[in-house]
Structure formats: C-alpha cells, structure tokens
Design a protein around this ligand. Structure first.
Ligand code: BG6
Length: 513
C-alpha cells in the first residue's frame, strides 16, 4: 500500500520546509488568480500542506470588499479546484484572504499596503512577504518600482521578502534584460522566482528522476544510442476567453517555445547536475540553451523552422473560425499559431541528434509528450526478416499530460510458429501507480517559493539565453525583406504538410499521438 500522499514525504526529504508568509497578489481580480493561484492554495490546504499562518492579500484596481472578493474566488474554486470544493474547508481557508484596492501606478496604494502589512505583522502575522506579479506584464515595471519606493521589499529583520514573476518574462532579449534589471533593483536574484509552470508539472519533474535515479536510461542517453528526440505540445483550444489580443502580439514561438518547450528540452538534454540545489540544476540547463545551434538568417530559419496559422474547420465536431477571424486578431495577422522546428545541440553528448519540437493551437487534442527514438538494432537476424523494417523500434515516451506516464516501445515476437515481430509497450501510468491525481503545477511552485527553493523557476541567464535563440528566428520572420513563408493548416488537423516534410527530409516522421 502506498502512503496517503505519496508526494509529501518524498518532498520533505529533499526540500526546505515552506514557511508561512503574507502572499500579496498583484492583479488579483484576473483569470490567473481565480483559476490557478487560489485553487492551488485551496488544494494545498485540503492536503494539509499549506503553512499555518499564511495570509493572502489581493491587490487590484476594482472596488471590492473582502467578502465580494472571496465570493468571486469561491465561485471559480468550485469550477477549477483539483479536488472537490468543500464548503466547510473553504469557510476556514477564505478567512485568511483579504482585498486591497489600488491602481498599479498609485504610490499611495503601496504605502497603505505597507502600513497594512506592518499592522498584520505586529498583530502576530508572519514577517515574511511573498509578492506575486499576476497582472498584465505591462504593469510589472510600475509595480516593482512602487514596491521598492514604498519599502515593501524591506521586511522586518526576522522575515524575508521574495517576488514571483509570471510569464511572459519579456517579449525578446532586450525587454527581458530590462525586466531583469528592474526586478533585481528591487529583489536579489536569490529572491526572484520566474514562473514557468511546465517545470511545476509532476511529469516534468520526473524527467530528472527517470534519468538520474535509474542507471538503465542514462547509459543510452546520448548520440551513440539515440537517433532523435521529439517534443510535442498539442492544444485543441484556440483564442477563447479574449486571448487573441495578447496572442496576436506573441505567437507560438514566444508563448510556448521560448519557455515551456525549451525548458523541457533542457531537462531532457542536460548533463547530471553536481547536486540538486537550484543553481546546480539550473547551471546544467543553461549550458544546454547555450549549446543550441543558432538559427540565423532567412535561409537557416526556412530550412529548420515551419510556422503556420490555422484556417477554419472543425475541432472535435465543432466548427471553428480561422485564426485571422478570431476576436481581437488582426485580419492580416502574420502571427504563427503553430511551429515545428529542428533544433541541434552542439555539445559532446548530442552532436548529430536532432530534437524536433512542435507546438500548435487548434490541433485535434490536448497532449504534451516527449519521445526518445533509439537507434535501430543491426539489420541482421530478426531485423533482417522481411517486414521487420515496418515495425517501430525502441521509443521511450514521456507523457507530460494528460494520462501522465512513461512507456517504452519494444519489438516482440508474435506468438506462434513464425518469427514475426510485433511492437509492444511497457507502460507506467501515474494514475495506476499512485492511485491519485498529481498536484497541479502551481501548488508545487507556490510551496517552493514559500520554501525558498528556486530549482523549478527560470534563472535570469536561462531566460535571456532562450530569448537570444528565439530572437534570431523572430528577426527572420518579421524583419527580413524576404521572410520565410507562413504555412496553413485546417483547424482540427495535426498541422501543415510542411511540418511533415521537415522530418521527411531527414528520413523520419512525427510520432502519432
Ligand atoms: C501558457 C500559454 O503559458 O500555457 C498558453 O500562454 C497555453 O497559450 C498554456 O495554452 C498551456 O498550459 P497547460 O498547462 O494547459 O499545458
């Protein structure tokens, strides 16, 4: 029998303990707070993992009482909580949530917030302050400057102050550098937690365990045994909930590849870290990003990166509009909703092994997975039999979501007198192995920020290095005189034919999800 909470014991063994604090959320009336942050805290409370004494202050523009704020949060918690909403628990939990009304550019609002925090602390509240920037990134500068001028970042001697910064962290290298400067003027790097919620996903965390707690895989984890790697992030959603305005300025490359997918790639490709400290791990991840072969200029980008937009069609039987017809999207938009690319890592381990990465909106389903395709066994003996070449070889699949798990595809003998080969799978599923749902990414990340553990957050140089790589592609798309073409794919399909051709040119094809 497994323990009631399989994650807790193991967590405590390798992590600092989360400390109570006052969590101030800037942008508290927004979607993120309602759909992710508060449900994450609620679920931590339900599991008994929330540090006793935690208080939350929501900071936002609209006039609201504490009760009104709590009522809105409750409604959304019912819909978005991982575990069932329990009225009695909510009642107790919500008593520690308060509202603070102010615009982001009003220094008075921050001074009052400081007074309020001091008062709460004097009355026995925790002296620790955790600021969460969950507003639109347009306000990050203002908020950080005001936090500094109001002295909010100066905790009492027995407390700490930290900041969590939501994505997007800049829109290119220049803006990311600027934001890093503004953040580090107010908080030291050791107190800065840049969110990439993919790092908080249980399955993403398990990549390192799979690689470094098992001798089996690591021996094969290199260019002698691996033919290529595929990383796919498919989404069936398009621009629901008024996202078009933001998305049309970002696109798939900035929205998902620069952060989530390059983070997954780093975890797959990194060397073993010297230890499990935040910097031990991040030092190795950043080395991978620094080893990415730059894709510079139109020729190289055309050859290695496919961009595309969806056209009107049906997804799961429902008719949907073309990207250019979506709400708040420019009808002549040149923003990509799909990217497929070939990435080479110029280091000792991965020389010659392509990493194919793709992400798209309005694909047939939501699924993120990484597959490691091993080289074939020699074409002698069973592999020399006729038809053997059509049987897939060894593929290790890490399903990040949904149906989280890991499977290994192997060739087996079909029962019977003939020596025919059949592909079979060894499969590990989280649901079956642990019999409970994994915590949401934000649950883990909030706890880690309270514990002062930055391992699952992006470091300054990681973010900047990733932007440097992405900027060159964006430049070829948007600044060149003769930019690479924009392909199209029908909504509900697996992307444009050009993405298939990218792999075909290398004698490979995308794995079917
Ligand atoms: C966000 C992107 O960071 O991640 C969204 O801005 C995307 O466009 C989302 O839909 C996907 O996250 P998840 O956890 O649902 O895979």
């Amino acid at each position: 029998m497994i323990e009631e909470n399989p994650f807790r014991e193991e967590d405590l063994a390798i992590r600092n303990r989360p400390e109570p604090c006052t969590l101030v959320i800037f942008g508290a009336t927004g979607d993120l707070t309602h759909r992710k942050l508060i449900p994450a805290l609620y679920n931590l409370a339900a599991d008994g993992d929330l540090p006793v004494g935690l208080q939350v202050i929501g900071f936002a523009r609209r006039e609201k009482s504490d009760e009104e704020f709590r009522a809105g949060l409750e409604e959304q918690n019912r819909e978005n909580s991982r575990q069932d909403h329990n009225d009695a628990l909510w009642e107790t939990f919500s008593q520690s949530i308060f509202y603070h009304q102010s615009t982001f550019d009003d220094s008075e609002g921050y001074i009052k917030l400081n007074e309020r925090l001091n008062e709460m602390e004097e009355q026995g509240g925790s002296p620790n302050r955790l600021f969460y920037l969950a507003s639109s990134p347009d306000f990050f500068d203002d908020i950080l400057l005001h936090i500094r001028s109001a002295g909010l970042n100066q905790p009492r001697e027995d407390g700490w102050s930290r900041v969590v910064v939501e994505k997007p962290f800049g829109t290119d290298l220049k803006t990311a550098r600027h934001l890093n400067e503004v953040v580090n003027d107010t908080f030291p790097e050791s107190g800065t937690y840049r969110i990439d919620h993919y790092l908080g996903k249980e399955t993403a965390q398990n990549i390192m365990v799979l690689r470094f707690a098992n001798a089996l895989f690591e021996l094969l984890w290199n260019n002698r045994s691996v033919d290529h790697v595929q990383i796919t992030c498919a989404e069936h959603l398009g621009m629901e909930g008024g996202r078009g305005g933001y998305y049309d300025k970002a696109g798939a490359m900035r929205d998902m590849i620069q952060n989530h997918l390059l983070q997954l790639l780093s975890l797959i490709a990194m060397e073993p870290p010297i230890d499990l400290s935040a910097d031990g791990v991040r030092d190795e991840k950043v080395k991978v990003l620094k080893s990415l072969r730059p894709l510079t200029g139109v020729k190289s980008v055309t050859k290695n990166v496919i961009r595309a937009q969806y056209t009107a069609d049906t997804v799961n039987g429902k008719e949907v509009a073309a990207y250019r017809r979506e709400d708040r999207v420019n009808p002549g938009s040149m923003t990509e909703t799909y990217v497929a690319m070939r990435i080479m890592i110029d280091n000792w381990r991965w020389e010659g092994v392509p990493f194919y990465v793709r992400m798209g909106k309005r694909l047939p389903k939501k699924a993120t997975e990484i597959s490691i395709h091993f080289k074939d066994a020699p074409e002698v003996l069973f592999n020399a039999l006729s038809g053997a070449e059509t049987v897939p070889g060894n593929v290790l699949v890490i399903r990040i979501q949904p149906d989280e798990g890991i499977s290994l595809g192997i060739r087996s003998k079909l029962p019977g007198p003939s020596a025919r080969l059949q592909p079979v799978k060894m499969d590990f599923r989280y649901q079956t192995a642990f019999r409970k749902s994994s915590p949401e990414a934000y649950e883990r990340l909030l706890l880690d920020a309270m514990a002062g553990d930055a391992t699952l957050f992006a470091r300054k140089d990681e973010v900047e290095t990733a932007w440097k790589f992405v900027d060159e592609i964006e430049d070829a798309w948007h600044k060149a005189e003769d930019p690479p073409p924009m392909a199209e794919y029908p909504a509900g399909s697996w992307g444009p034919g050009e993405a298939d051709d990218l792999l075909k040119a290398d004698g490979r094809r995308w794995r079917r999800l």
